[in-house]
Design a protein around this ligand. Structure first.
Ligand SMILES: [Zn+2]
Length: 445
């Protein structure tokens, strides 16, 4: 288990506090009294040495699969949220492609109650748009929202029927609900196991046409324009798709988008070994699309970074590239991979004239994991502010570590990043009076 301790008073000493909400960036001690950020701690505080660490608001990931109810062999709310905390997140939105689907108020309430019981992080379930995620009859949006649904999505699949999606937009507009779309027309993508292009042809593997993603975004932006409902593109992955969102934002439409960590660092070349842990939907794309994803973040077209954490069992992934289910785990590598993509790595090609290394800085990166996702869900991001409930993440930005899936808290070991050396990593979260630290335990003074 994560090393978890409780304290009435805590001082996080000597860390670099970065808070995108307040714009603060500097070395300062953070005092926590009875779970609330205070001017000074009461009496005998537990001192956490954060020298060399970044202290920021708790990170948010608005796209994870916790697999319960019904698929506990892949992940449970307990193991999934432990992985959430180990990855440095204090809030996640979980997707409804469970068994049964998250399509009734009862099952929404069950997920929230179970997550509260386990208490590793805050969990906001995303309810299904259609009953059973079958793409036909809409769910009861009002009742689901009242039960605690953060948004609506049939994620795992897109809503393909035009009339059904139009009614979803109309209903969402009345309730000011957010629609999150997994953009994929299976009529176009059917049979594809990786991006359709040069690499799929070379490998002789069935390709998945990127039009399946772009065509659905096009239709949905049109529906957004007609109805005014808030619309969010899940795991955007092609240059053309990003251009569509850019246009919609320019038009002033309430459209937002997220990108997955893996789509920022891996191209379809990673599928060359036909390793099932490089199979996902949407698939890994060519270099030009990876660059477009990075640029989309930098110019604000893409609002946030997510993991699309999608655990599968080893047996399922052993079925081979053609038959294995799509998806990879991502929570415990997210900070390191995102930092590598947006801060450490030389850009794939120069993004600006004269630019040599790196494209973003830590305040920017943290915003993509805090204020960005908060804006999408219209929630408040945590703030490192006196009077706020403690909701913090501690990141070590420069201690190389090697990704070893057998150390994951998630049940899923399906990562393409095994053996990668990353430099950044979350080392602890603090929620209220509770500190969760990764082993090796962060120093106390
Ligand atoms: Zn999806």
């Amino acid at each position: 288990m994560l090393n978890t301790t409780h304290h009435d008073a805590i001082v996080v000493r000597g860390g670099r506090v970065i808070d995108p909400t307040t714009g603060r960036d500097g070395i300062v001690d953070v005092a926590i009294d009875d779970g609330v950020i205070a001017q000074e701690p009461h009496g005998n505080a537990f001192v956490l040495d954060a020298t060399g660490l970044i202290v920021c608001p708790g990170l948010m990931d608005i796209h994870v699969h916790l697999r319960e109810p019904g698929q506990a062999h892949k992940e449970t709310i307990e193991t999934g949220t432990a992985a959430v905390a180990a990855g440095g997140f204090t809030f996640v939105a979980c997707m409804p492609n469970t068994q049964p689907a998250l399509d009734t108020p009862d099952v929404i309430r069950w997920v929230i109650a179970r997550a509260d019981e386990v208490n590793h992080c805050a969990v906001a379930p995303v309810a299904a748009i259609t009953q059973g995620r079958r793409g036909r009859e809409l769910t009861d949006f009002a009742a689901l929202k009242a039960a605690g649904a953060a948004a609506f999505s049939d994620d795992g699949t897109g809503v393909e029927d035009d009339a059904v999606m139009r009614s979803a937009f109309e209903r969402a507009s009345k309730l000011d609900a957010l629609l999150i779309q997994h953009c994929e027309y299976r009529a176009i993508s059917a049979g594809g196991v990786m991006h359709l292009g040069e690499v799929s042809r070379r490998l002789g593997l069935p390709g998945l046409d990127p039009r399946s993603e772009e065509a659905m975004i096009e239709r949905d932006i049109d529906l957004c324009r007609r109805t005014g409902a808030r619309y969010h593109v899940a795991h955007i992955s092609t240059a053309k798709a990003i251009e569509l969102v850019r246009g919609a934002k320019r038009e002033g439409l309430p459209v937002t988008a997220e990108v997955c960590t893996h789509h920022l660092v891996l191209t379809d070349e990673a599928c060359s070994e036909a390793d099932p842990d490089t199979k996902m939907h949407p698939p890994l794309r060519p270099q030009a699309d990876v660059e477009a994803c990075r640029r989309g973040l930098l110019d604000g077209t893409i609002d946030c970074i997510v993991t699309d954490h999608a655990p599968h069992s080893a047996e399922e992934k052993a079925a081979g590239f053609l038959k294995a289910p799509a998806g990879i785990v991502g929570l415990e590598t997210a900070v390191g991979i995102a930092a590598r993509a947006m801060i450490d790595d030389p850009p794939l090609s120069p993004l600006c004239k004269g630019e040599r290394r790196g494209v973003a800085d830590w305040p920017q990166l943290i915003a993509w994991f805090t204020t960005g996702p908060a804006r999408v869900l219209r929630r408040r991001a945590a703030a490192v502010d006196v009077g706020a409930r403690a909701d913090l993440t501690l990141i070590d930005p420069r201690s190389p570590w090697v990704v070893n899936p057998s150390e994951f808290y998630s049940k899923g070991r399906n990562t393409p990043f095994e053996g990668w050396t990353l430099t950044a990593r979350s080392v602890a979260t603090i929620r209220g009076r509770r500190i969760r630290r990764l082993a090796p335990v962060v120093g106390t003074a």
